[in-house]
Design a protein around this ligand. Structure first.
Ligand code: UD1
Ligand code: CA
Length: 460
């Protein structure tokens, strides 16, 4: 929409959330709530997107550094929502067209709702169009006061009379304005109210006094316009987002044993016939294939699992790749760039970082594998450690196909174990082991016959 300009208010401190982090950066299903608002705005292809920042402006800017074509306007000090919008005058006052005002703390709003709101605005040729909702618990929201069916003003919780507090139609904090009349009207806002702030919703009263048309559009699905002002509202919005995601996955053929304890971020994808047990977190850009099984208590972040992968209980998996048929855990830790190939196995108390475990290879118990490239059908014995770090640099370990690493081996990198080679248990391997050889590097055993009896000899 070429003459559409979007302003997102994100300058407030969010006093009620009691945080040193700006409220709009608190996370909903893994992403700052402000990201949701920006994404929805982008669906409308607006000409301009302005974010009004103020409280901890720098951290809000930094959190949006990836967002393309966003301009920032600073509101300092923060004197209310009307004052916040007024700060955009230097950018917007000379422009014509339509202004859509969004609130950084209303993340669930849908693009199609905004399209309908803009259509309502344009077809009624209004000065302002207000999004409203019928809610069961209106506490905290501005109430829509109507005379003869038409909106006459919006009153805030703190300014409302007992009768007005009974009104269940509330202001969603989302508005469309005609730019031509907006800024003069904003300049005429006052602060004679309970909070001593410039209230943006007071524009309704001003416009109505000027006999301008103010239109409303009322939502029947009020969940979309939930504002987040407190930690409990944050938890509630998180619950709504999670529930929606779980329902989408189940509709697409994923079994979720207990949706109330399954936490899947919105961008995660999961294939059909995958089974997710309770207490599982799938985060960020994670992709899980078809017919996988993710057991209870697993956390997977920004990772890719192909089809038919099993992850047993209590694994932590971050920025890793797991190919089809692999079995991981219980209690495994896959760190960034762990690359587990087809049908490989990673057992309990095994940690991998920046390492390839080749097809059919096994590291079943108690191992640390870092900067290692391990071929196919290798057996990594219990207690194997790649000593990859010399205190300054990381060094590689290469283990070729079909090698057998005995238990409690230390591989002091850089080192290579050749194809099919064996390492005797308890070895500290400092030199390369050729293909097909046996490497032994441990102290020679000495048995002292009768030693115990001698030690127990009674004292004279
Ligand atoms: C506001 C509306 C209320 C509506 C509700 C919907 C006002 C006065 N009230 O109330 O009618 O029902 O939203 O969610 O507008 N902000 C700034 N600068 C400021 C103050 C706020 O940028 O000086 C930003 C905040 O960061 C926030 C948004 O504006 O993103 C809304 O502010 P908030 O204080 O949460 O308003 P509410 O009390 O929820
Ligand atoms: Ca709010």
């Amino acid at each position: 929409m070429p003459d559409l300009h979007v302003v997102i208010l994100a300058a407030g401190k969010g006093t009620r959330i009691k945080s040193s982090l700006p409220k709009v950066l608190h996370r909903v299903a893994g992403r700052p709530m402000l990201h949701y608002v920006l994404r929805t705005a982008a669906l409308l292809s607006p000409h301009t997107v302005i974010v009004v920042v103020g409280y901890l402006a720098e951290s809000v800017r930094r959190a949006l550094s990836d967002a393309p074509n966003v301009q920032f306007v600073v509101q300092e000090p923060q004197l209310g929502t009307g004052h916040a919008l007024l700060q955009t005058a230097p950018v917007l006052e000379q422009l014509a067209g339509t202004l859509l005002l969004l609130s950084g703390d209303v993340p669930l709003l849908r693009g199609d709702t905004l399209e309908r709101l803009i259509q309502t605005h344009e077809s009624s040729r209004s000065a302002a169009t207000i999004l409203t909702a019928q809610v069961q618990q209106p506490y905290g929201y501005g109430r829509i006061v109507r005379t003869d069916g038409r909106i006459s003003k919006i009153v805030e919780e703190g300014d409302a009379s007992p009768a007005e507090r009974q009104i269940k139609e509330v202001n969603a904090g989302i508005y469309v304005f005609d730019l031509t009349s907006l800024f003069p009207a904003l300049r005429s806002l006052g602060t004679q109210n309970a909070q001593g702030e410039y209230y943006l919703p007071d524009l309704v009263r001003i416009y109505r006094r000027q006999q301008r048309v103010v239109e409303t559009m009322t939502l029947q699905r009020p969940d979309e316009v939930r504002g987040i002002n407190s930690r409990s509202e944050l938890a509630e919005v998180n619950r709504i987002v999670r529930q929606k995601k779980n329902e989408e996955l189940m509709a697409a053929g994923v079994t979720i044993e207990d949706p109330t304890t399954t936490y899947v971020d919105p961008d995660v994808r999961v294939g059909p016939d995958t089974v997710i047990h309770p207490g599982v977190h799938l985060e960020g850009r994670t992709r899980v294939g078809a017919a996988c099984e993710i057991h209870a208590g697993v956390r997977i972040v920004d990772s890719v699992l192909e089809d038919r992968v099993t992850v047993k209980n209590f694994c932590v998996i971050q920025e890793a790749r797991i190919a089809s048929g692999a079995i991981i855990g219980p209690f495994a830790h896959l760190r960034p760039d762990a690359d587990i190939r087809q049908n490989a196995r990673v057992g309990n108390f095994v940690e991998l970082k920046k390492s390839v475990l080749g097809p059919g290879s096994k590291a079943n118990h108690l191992a640390y594998l870092g900067n290692a490239t391990i071929g196919s059908n290798v057996n990594i014995g219990a207690g194997t450690i790649t000593c990859n770090y010399d205190g300054v640099q990381k060094h590689p370990t290469i283990i070729e196909d079909d090698a057998f690493i005995g238990s409690d081996t230390q591989l002091i990198a850089p080192v290579t174990v050749g194809r099919g080679a064996y390492i005797a248990a308890g070895s500290s391997i400092t030199d390369d082991v050729p293909a097909g050889a046996l490497g032994i590097a441990r102290g020679q055993q000495v048995n002292k016959e009768g030693w115990v009896a001698g030690k127990k000899k009674p004292r004279a």
